[in-house]
Write a protein that binds this ligand. Structure first.
Ligand SMILES: [Zn+2]
Length: 105
C-alpha cells in the first residue's frame, strides 16, 4: 500500500508534521511505563533569532506506548513545530520516563 496514504489512514489529516517513521516500525514498543514525557526542543536554525522554549507532552496509557500511540497523542495535543523541521523521524529515550523527538527537514 502507498505509505503516505497508509499514514493518513492511521493518523488522519494533520499537516503540521509529517511522519517519517516506516510503517513497519509504528508498533514498536517505546515504553511500558504508564506515564511518559515527550520533549521537543527548538534548537534548530529556525529559532536562532527568536528562541522558543521546549514543548513537553505528558502521555498516559495503561497499554504499552508505541510509536503509533505516541504520535497519535502528539497530534491530539496539537504538536506543531512551526518551522522547517516538521519531519518526525525518531522518538528516543533520554531518561527513565523521558523521551525526545528528532525532527528533520
Ligand atoms: Zn526548525
Amino acid at each position: 500500500m502507498d505509505e503516505e496514504r497508509n499514514l493518513r489512514n492511521i493518523f488522519g489529516e494533520y499537516n503540521e508534521i509529517s511522519i517519517c517513521i516506516p510503517c513497519n516500525r509504528l508498533d514498536d514498543i517505546i515504553s511500558e511505563k504508564e506515564d511518559i514525557i515527550i520533549k521537543n526542543t527548538y534548537t534548530c536554525y529556525c529559532y536562532s533569532d527568536i528562541s522558543r522554549p521546549p514543548d513537553y507532552f505528558h502521555i498516559r496509557s495503561d497499554t504499552p506506548h508505541t510509536n503509533k500511540t505516541i504520535i497519535k497523542e502528539l497530534i491530539k495535543q496539537k504538536f506543531n513545530p512551526e518551522c522547517n523541521h516538521r519531519y518526525l523521524e525518531q522518538i528516543y529515550n533520554t531518561g527513565d520516563i523521558t523521551y525526545e523527538i528528532f525532527m528533520g527537514s
